[in-house]
Write a protein that binds this ligand. Structure first.
Ligand code: F0G
Length: 494
């Protein structure tokens, strides 16, 4: 039998079992570890080893024939910022199988005003701060990059029901792809743990939304159990344990390179929750280097919230690292130390808690892949508190296009790393802004007014966390004024 071009493989080098790309698996059936999608690149065309190939598609990406739900055309694929790079995620059997809604048309912006406000002394020639705005995806977050790939695989395997646990954005992305493909969608969300913008999307798109009396970790454990052990229910799991989703998220890094005219930056800085994004970035750079598309990889910084800093503790306090085998994609790590830490957290009843609800996660499922990314990209991990997140979010609002709280962790992280001297003045730094500003307007209004707002009470009336929002340093309070011309002019300061 011919060897497969694309396959799934366990990342644990001591297992290394492979499975067909058409299997629906939540984890390695042999050892329970995470799976990758991997390729025998020698069986693919060599066109993808040259950026010119992709640059040509970028140049025509605006010309899209109205898509609807009709057959997929090469123009539709080039329009998508994910599938423009389809040669780098070639797990599909035929291009006609790809599910796309025009995702990944996002921006890389140089942010000089923000850099100046932060006191960054970047040297003009090379150094600079860049923001990758993933909030400009159809559902308003980076999740669409992964969902398009996940739905493509779901279609390949004939799935009719898809499900996820979510802190909000995954559920919004799942729901929009679900509604547009006519797939039945289930989303599990923790009670009082989701920003209203995201909840409103899942409801609007018609996903069956279960508000579980528990947190994200509890929701994920439930849906994982149902997907893995209850085949009679027949749900396809769309969380980032699904390796196909991460294939799509790799292309965020392709677009960063595209935005820098295919030059590799010095730093990629990203918030860490379930650690799917940083894992995908690590895999992208390992592969692009192996394919000869780049000759060096940037450094990675994963920034967690202080109230949910499991990776930070495991790396910086327990010293757990990834030991790579030759190809770098498989390796080993001290899984016993990780398990001991999880048991300690359980015994101490430690729960994740942060105002950045998107990253309020205690047990990040992609932890081993995040260790791999840190190894491959000479990475660092830091944490930032909620106050710091909110102040940096306000700066992105005032000096950029805005972002949601979790996204601002990346800017806060850049600030810390520059102060520590780890980021140098001539470094080129890319912060990934993972979600749109309008995802969580309550936090923004709370910051500017110092008032608690409606969704501090969740649907079921439970408080959204014990973080009260103090009036921020950049607070821009609305001015209350009588409906009177003189009073209005006075308030206008004219
Ligand atoms: N930023 C935003 C806006 C997110 O929604 C998430 C994750 C992250 C960062 C963290 O990314 O998990 O890849 O490390 N949100 C998930 C969700 C967990 O359910 O929407 P990660």
């Amino acid at each position: 039998m011919d060897s497969p071009r694309a396959f799934q493989r366990c990342i644990d080098a001591s297992c290394a079992k492979t499975f067909p790309v058409t299997s629906t698996l939540v984890s390695c059936p042999t050892c329970g570890n995470l799976l990758d999608v991997d390729y025998d690149w020698s069986q693919f065309s060599i066109a993808h080893r040259n950026w010119d190939h992709f640059a040509q598609r970028s140049s025509t990406r605006g010309t899209r024939v109205a898509a609807g739900t009709g057959p997929v055309t090469p123009a539709m694929l080039d329009f998508s910022g994910v599938w423009r790079f389809r040669d780098l995620l070639p797990f599909y059997r035929d291009e006609s199988e790809i599910v796309t809604i025009g995702e990944g048309r996002t921006n890389l912006q140089r942010a000089d005003l923000l850099a100046k406000h932060l006191g960054f002394d970047f040297k003009a020639q090379h150094g600079g701060l860049y923001l990758q705005y993933e909030g400009y995806n159809p559902s308003g977050s980076f999740k669409d990059n992964g969902m398009t790939a996940g739905f493509t695989h779901a279609k390949m395997v004939g799935a009719t029901r898809v499900a996820c646990a979510s802190t909000g954005n995954t559920s919004a992305a799942l729901a929009v792809y679900g509604t547009l493909t006519g797939t039945r969608c289930y989303v599990f969300i923790g009670e009082g743990k989701i920003a209203y913008g995201k909840l409103s999307q899942a409801l609007d798109y018609g996903a069956i939304t279960l508000q579980i009396a528990g947190d994200f970790d509890a929701c994920l454990a439930r849906i994982r159990h149902i997907a893995e052990h209850m085949p009679q229910v027949g749900v396809y799991l769309m969380n980032s344990v699904n390796p196909f989703r991460l294939e799509g998220q790799k292309t965020i890094m392709c677009r960063v390179l595209e935005g820098l005219d295919w030059e590799v930056p010095d730093w990629i800085i990203v918030p860490g929750g379930n650690l799917g994004n940083c894992s995908a970035f690590g895999k992208a750079f390992i592969e692009m280097k192996a394919l000869g598309l780049i000759d060096r990889v940037p450094r990675l910084a994963v920034i967690q919230a202080k109230g949910s800093r499991t990776l930070d503790r495991i790396v910086n306090e327990l010293g757990v690292t990834w030991k790579a085998d030759d190809g770098q994609l498989m390796g080993s790590w001290d899984a016993k130390a990780v398990d001991r830490e999880y048991r300690r957290m359980d015994d101490a009843n430690e729960r994740a808690k942060t105002i950045a609800t998107a990253i309020e996660i205690n047990r990040p499922v992609n932890l081993p892949k995040a260790l791999r990314a840190l190894h491959a990209m000479n990475g660092v991990v830091r944490h930032v508190d909620d106050h710091c997140i909110l102040e940096h979010k306000a700066m992105v609002g005032k000096f950029g296009f805005g972002c949601e709280p979790a996204s601002a962790a990346s800017i806060a992280g850049a600030h810390i790393l520059r102060r520590e001297g780890i980021i140098k003045p001539d470094d080129r730094v890319v912060c990934v802004l993972t979600g749109h500003q309008l995802k969580d307007p309550d936090v923004t209004v709370g910051y500017h007014t110092g008032r608690k707002t409606k969704s501090d009470e969740s649907l079921a009336g439970k408080a959204r966390g014990d973080v009260s929002i103090a009036l921020g340093r950049l607070a821009n309070k609305p001015i209350r004024v009588a409906d009177d011309l003189d009073a209005i002019l006075k308030a206008m300061g004219v």
